[in-house]
Design a protein around this ligand. Structure first.
Ligand code: ASP
Length: 351
């Protein structure tokens, strides 16, 4: 891990979508509700000490990220693409609840990305004395301005990443792990991209690098004809068949036990095989926070693989469902969707 150099003249675009970081108390309901960007920045006087040129765009109105949907992802991705040539980096302020989904979605939508898109938020609102939001925002801005140590410096981060408290994580490898801790995010199957303490120390070997430089290609248009099905002891044939027959569904992320296992009973694999035959694409993802699918290890996983279920390896469920939405949205043939699901497109899984 090396010490950091910064582009002190960096021009950074903040895209404020909402989330706890900008929320204030609503005296009527006693709950937290999103507030506007000026209020947020008024609470961060230290930001003025940074030399960066900072522009901002805000969602109108800012939202609790539990309201996030693919139209919002389009808006964020468009804001990045429209300002891509004029800015050195992007900081997206976002609620924590769906941050990992947004990070995954953006990683697929921003093809050929070679500038930093740093997503952050906070557990406590900026207006609270013990807020983690101020630290997170300032560190995210610094990471967005961090460069390599070369004679012709390049952005240190050239991917979508989540900065939270002490760590920077690959966006499409991240999961929200805690509703309480300041260190709320983690990549259970991928190393941290940077460690934040007294300094910011990048783990350069873990950073995403494209082998070529091509213009950013914005690929919007998610298809939401996808869903999750969870296996659990007690799942019945009726319930499974009902879920598999959901009208209009094209793709299912099947959340299985351990190394990709489900019940060995015939009703289970038969129902799955029939759905695959009907043309539904099923991706096998483990319910375990750590590790991945090894579908040929056990009899039950093997039956799923033989039924035509695709292994999701160590992909997170957030990346799995957004990748499916993305691939169906690209109007690919079922064969192409299957092929892409087996491939790591932008570092989202270890194949
Ligand atoms: N409900 C909030 C949100 O996701 C939680 C947060 O920001 O931490 O917008």
């Amino acid at each position: 891990m090396n010490p950091t150099t910064f582009n002190h003249k960096a021009r950074i675009l903040i895209i404020y979508t909402g989330g706890t970081i900008g929320m204030v108390d609503d005296p009527e309901t006693g709950t937290l509700k999103p507030f506007n960007f000026d209020h947020l920045i008024d609470n961060v006087p230290r930001i003025k000490k940074l030399d960066f040129e900072i522009d901002h765009i805000q969602f109108d109105p800012p939202i609790d990220s539990s309201d996030m949907n693919p139209a919002h992802w389009d808006a964020i991705a468009h804001a990045i693409a429209d300002n891509y040539d004029t800015h050195d980096g992007f900081v997206v302020l976002h609620g924590t609840d769906t941050m990992a989904y947004t990070a995954s979605a953006l990683s697929f939508m921003l093809e050929n990305l070679n500038k930093p898109v740093i997503i952050t938020g906070s557990q406590l609102p900026m207006c609270e004395v013990r807020t983690d939001g101020e630290e997170n925002l300032i560190t995210a801005l610094q990471i967005a301005a961090a460069t390599t140590n070369e004679r012709r410096p390049k952005p240190m981060i050239q991917e979508v990443a989540i900065l939270f408290e002490n760590y920077l994580w690959r966006g499409n490898r991240s999961t929200k792990m805690s509703a309480d801790n300041f260190n709320a995010f983690k990549s259970n199957n991928y190393p941290k991209l940077a460690q934040i303490g007294l300094g910011i120390h990048f783990n350069e070997e873990a950073l995403w690098r494209l082998p070529f430089t091509r213009p950013l290609n914005l690929r919007c248009g998610m298809d939401t004809a996808v869903t999750f099905i969870d296996v659990f002891p007690g799942l019945t044939a009726e319930s499974l068949r009902y879920q598999l027959a959901m009208p209009g569904v094209k793709g299912i992320v099947l959340k299985t036990y351990g190394a990709g296992n489900g019940p060995t009973a015939r009703w289970f694999s038969d129902a799955i095989a029939e759905a695959v035959e009907r043309g539904i694409i099923i991706l096998n993802v483990t319910q375990c926070p750590n590790g991945g699918v090894h579908d040929r290890r056990y009899y039950s996983g093997d039956r799923l693989a033989n039924a035509g279920v695709i292994s999701g390896h160590d992909i997170t469920s957030e990346a799995a469902i957004t990748k499916m939405m993305f691939l169906f949205g690209q109007k690919l043939t079922p064969q192409q969707v299957k092929r892409e699901l087996l491939t790591s497109m932008c570092g989202e899984m270890t194949v």
